[in-house]
Design a protein around this ligand. Structure first.
Ligand code: C2E
Ligand code: CA
Ligand code: CA
Ligand code: CA
Length: 277
């Protein structure tokens, strides 16, 4: 018994070690990834289920590691945040996404806002406004075709500073949405003070929307949004049952695998044609 205990401990030790090594090697490679053009952007549609048209796209980052292949954002984004690398990566993304969106306008593919996820770090170093302005000028994209997705915790943690920066960006015409809404607790009391256009209902509520309690939460988020004159997007919509429920609650815009998975820019043109009303 003593032996097997010892053994288990060393297996645990090895596992810890393996994870630490992977994390260290990913961190090292992440430092080169931008310069080596290993990042790409995929786009997922936001769909108006009443009008049956795409009304927006969310840009999501993909890292193609030369040896490991695709690394999930849930693994590399936290590393990028801790190291601060998320800042130059997001600046690159701003330019790439705005240029791509402008190209879609020129080609007549689509003219909808594209959103980019913002880490807390983006509001800490003071360069976001200039980076956004530069990306818009560089791409000749109108500001209302760019949206920033922030989480409740970002808005809450450093409320005054974040609100100040968001207000300037809103004056520029940029749109703002509150991502993963409903998963942070603190915000309801100040929700009216955060300059946002849209609430995105977190996918956990949609996934469990058969539960009476989750349905009640969804319904309340939709009501709050209506009262504050905000738009709503339901995330993670996968089934016709979920669509029916959301529609019955008055939610029209949805995002999820049912309507479209995140796709490379090159596939979006065909997708828009195939899904035209
Ligand atoms: P998020 O911002 O909440 O993005 C939505 C995630 O849900 C995406 O995962 C998307 O692919 C996935 N998803 C969409 N529809 C469905 C569905 O119907 N079912 C399920 N099960 N999942 C769905 P992804 O691309 O793996 O990104 C995960 C998270 O990584 C994002 O969550 C976001 O927090 C972060 N992330 C991704 N790209 C970026 C980025 O460019 N910058 C920053 N700061 N974070 C990013
Ligand atoms: Ca998001
Ligand atoms: Ca989300
Ligand atoms: Ca999330």
């Amino acid at each position: 018994a003593k032996d097997s205990g010892k053994n288990k401990f060393s297996v645990f030790d090895q596992e810890m070690n393996r994870q630490q090594l992977r994390r260290m090697s990913l961190e090292k490679d992440l430092r080169k990834a931008l310069a080596c053009s290993e990042f790409t952007v995929v786009y997922q549609p936001k769909w108006d289920s009443f009008l049956n048209v795409a009304v927006g796209l969310e840009a999501l980052l993909r890292w193609k590691h030369p040896e490991h292949g695709l690394v999930s954002p849930t693994e590399f984004i936290p590393i990028a945040e801790e190291t601060g690398l998320i800042v130059p990566i997001t600046y690159w993304m701003l330019k790439d996404v705005c240029s791509q969106n402008r190209l879609w306008h020129t080609e007549g593919v689509a003219a909808v806002p594209v959103s980019i996820n913002m880490s807390a770090r983006m509001f800490e170093n003071g360069g976001l406004y200039d980076a956004v302005e530069e990306a818009l000028t560089f791409s000749e994209l109108e500001a209302h075709f760019l949206e920033l997705e922030i989480t409740e915790s970002i808005a809450m943690n450093n409320m005054e500073e974040t609100v100040a920066q968001l207000s300037r960006l809103r004056l520029l015409g940029v749109r703002v949405s509150l991502d993963d809404f409903g998963t942070g607790f603190s915000s309801l009391g100040n929700l009216d003070e955060i300059p946002v256009n849209t609430l995105k209902i977190d996918q956990v509520f949609i996934r469990k929307s058969r539960m009476h309690s989750k349905k009640a939460i969804i319904s309340n988020i939709i009501a709050i949004a209506g009262n504050l004159n905000l738009e709503v997007v339901a995330e993670g919509v996968e089934t016709p049952e979920q669509i029916e429920l959301l529609q019955s609650l008055g939610c029209r815009v949805m995002q999820g695998y049912y309507y479209g998975r995140p796709m490379p820019a090159g596939e979006l043109g065909e997708w828009f044609i195939a899904n035209a009303a």
